[in-house]
Design a protein around this ligand. Structure first.
Ligand SMILES: [Zn+2]
Length: 469
């Protein structure tokens, strides 16, 4: 098809604005959409015919956000329906859904199939599913779980809960890494040193401390960095693609980068809470910012921003843990659930603060929120960029709009947010999923069950591109 022919074709929807795609950023670009797919991205918006046009003015037109770390079912009062509703309002058009469900970890094909049915019935946005591996022999399920649709896997070096979120010991970890590598998938690791944390928590718990900072003292920096360093060696031995979730420390990022420079396929994730809060906030906000790993020092926060700005971090995730506040009101800090809701605030908070206050470029933000997660998790054949052939998942972000985060109007059933009351410059004004507006100007226009399962594509789009280049 030549350009003249293409110009004659009527598309369903044309979106005009400051288009940011991997191929380039175009202050007055155009994204043309038909049947839920992008048919063309134009550097200059034109007069080519369209059935409908959305003119975003000077606002950014971005690929839909991929949140690769959402726990919809760690508390069943949330579920896929509420978590993906919150995603839509936050510009997140794809979630990767964690496998540590209250009803039992996703480590058999049967459980994965049940979760696929749940997605089909409830999801507002598209969902890729994580699986995990049962310690003590579950490695034999890995190939079957991948074949049944698991996009990626997650394991933990830290023993959170015997049934729901157990630790995989080192001797099994290498075997598990090898089995996952054989499927072409990336393995995600929760990296905290089990022995040190366990001992410190036991000691501090006994004191009955009411100082919420005890949570930070129980998980000092070495408990993360030692687990990262050890896991990098295991991954190197196993030739695994390894992704470190919710990294809280600049030194962890530097470790991952140094192994990546040595040829290990290692990548790292940060969450907004490690960019926004410090240990001092434990005093004023208490259990609201009790998260594992804990929030760190001011210097660590500065270090994480500098690494984000330098493109040394691969993905941005919410680690959405939608506990209702009643799970967060116990006097002893250690008796409270860890984690906070965040899928709805993930992009607006990070983008607003990053662009307006931290000098992060829009390209660096889109890199961690769309481009890199799509390619790392092998879903870039459908997701993660504004490019012909991909799903028309689009976010309109107005960097000039000021607003205040209000937990009382959020979509998650958690009903609260650690960002409540924050004034931000920069706001999502519209979310489109496969060409359909599912959120606009504060109103959700989505329906449960419209979301689809995202399948692993093995990074084929990128390989095909490389061949033709
Ligand atoms: Zn998590």
């Amino acid at each position: 098809m030549n350009n003249t022919d293409r110009d004659q074709e009527v598309c369903d929807l044309s979106i005009v604005g400051h288009v940011v795609s991997r191929a380039g950023s175009y202050p007055r670009g155009e994204v043309r959409i038909t049947d839920g797919r992008i048919v063309e991205v134009l550097e200059e918006a034109g007069d080519a015919p369209h059935t409908e046009r959305i003119d975003a003015g000077s606002a950014y037109v971005l690929p839909g956000v991929i949140d690769p770390h959402v726990h919809s079912l760690s508390d069943p009062r949330e579920g896929i329906e509420a978590a993906t509703r919150a995603a839509a309002a936050g510009g997140v058009t794809t979630i990767l859904e964690m496998p540590f469900d209250q009803a039992g970890p996703i480590w058999t094909v049967e459980r994965l199939e049940a979760k696929k049915r749940m997605v089909a019935e409830e999801a507002h946005v598209d969902v890729g599913l994580f699986a995990t591996v049962r310690p003590g022999g579950g490695v034999t399920e890995v190939a079957g779980l991948a074949a049944a649709g698991a996009v990626t896997f997650k394991v933990s070096t830290y023993h959170t809960h015997a049934d729901r979120f157990p630790r995989t010991p080192d001797d099994e970890m290498v075997e598990v890494f090898r089995a996952i590598a054989a499927t072409g998938r990336r393995v995600c690791v929760h990296a905290e040193n089990d022995e040190i944390v366990r001992k410190l928590v036991d000691e501090l718990y006994e004191t009955g401390t009411r100082d919420p900072r005890a949570h930070c003292r129980a998980r000092p920096a070495v408990t993360e960095t030692a687990a990262v360093a050890n896991t990098l060696e295991l991954a190197r031995t196993a030739n695994a693609k390894v992704h470190f979730v919710h990294m809280s420390l600049p030194h962890s990022i530097d470790l991952v980068q140094s192994y990546a420079a040595q040829g290990v396929d290692a990548s790292a994730e940060v969450c907004p809470h490690y960019l926004m809060f410090t240990e001092d906030d434990m005093v004023t906000m208490g259990t609201r910012v009790k998260i594992n790993p804990p929030v760190r020092t001011r210097a660590d926060v500065e270090g994480m921003w500098s690494r984000l700005t330098a493109d040394a971090i691969d993905t941005l995730s919410s680690d959405h843990a939608p506990w209702p506040i009643v799970e967060k009101d116990k006097p002893n800090i250690f008796d409270n659930a860890s984690g906070a809701p965040g899928v709805e605030t993930l992009f607006p908070v990070t983008a607003a603060v990053g662009l307006a206050e931290r000098g992060v470029s829009i390209e660096s933000l889109v890199r961690v929120s769309s481009w890199r997660p799509a390619e790392l998790f092998g879903i870039d054949h459908r997701k993660g960029d504004l490019r012909a052939g991909l799903d028309a998942d689009v976010v309109v972000f107005d960097p000039a709009a000021e607003w205040e985060v209000d937990e009382t109007v959020m979509q998650s059933n958690a009903g609260w947010s650690p960002y409540h009351g924050m004034t931000l410059r920069g706001r999502i004004t519209r979310t489109l999923s496969r060409g359909e507006t599912i959120y606009a100007d504060g109103k959700l226009t989505s329906t449960a069950g419209r979301g689809r399962l995202v399948e692993f594509g093995g990074g084929q789009a990128r390989q095909a591109q490389a061949r033709t280049a």
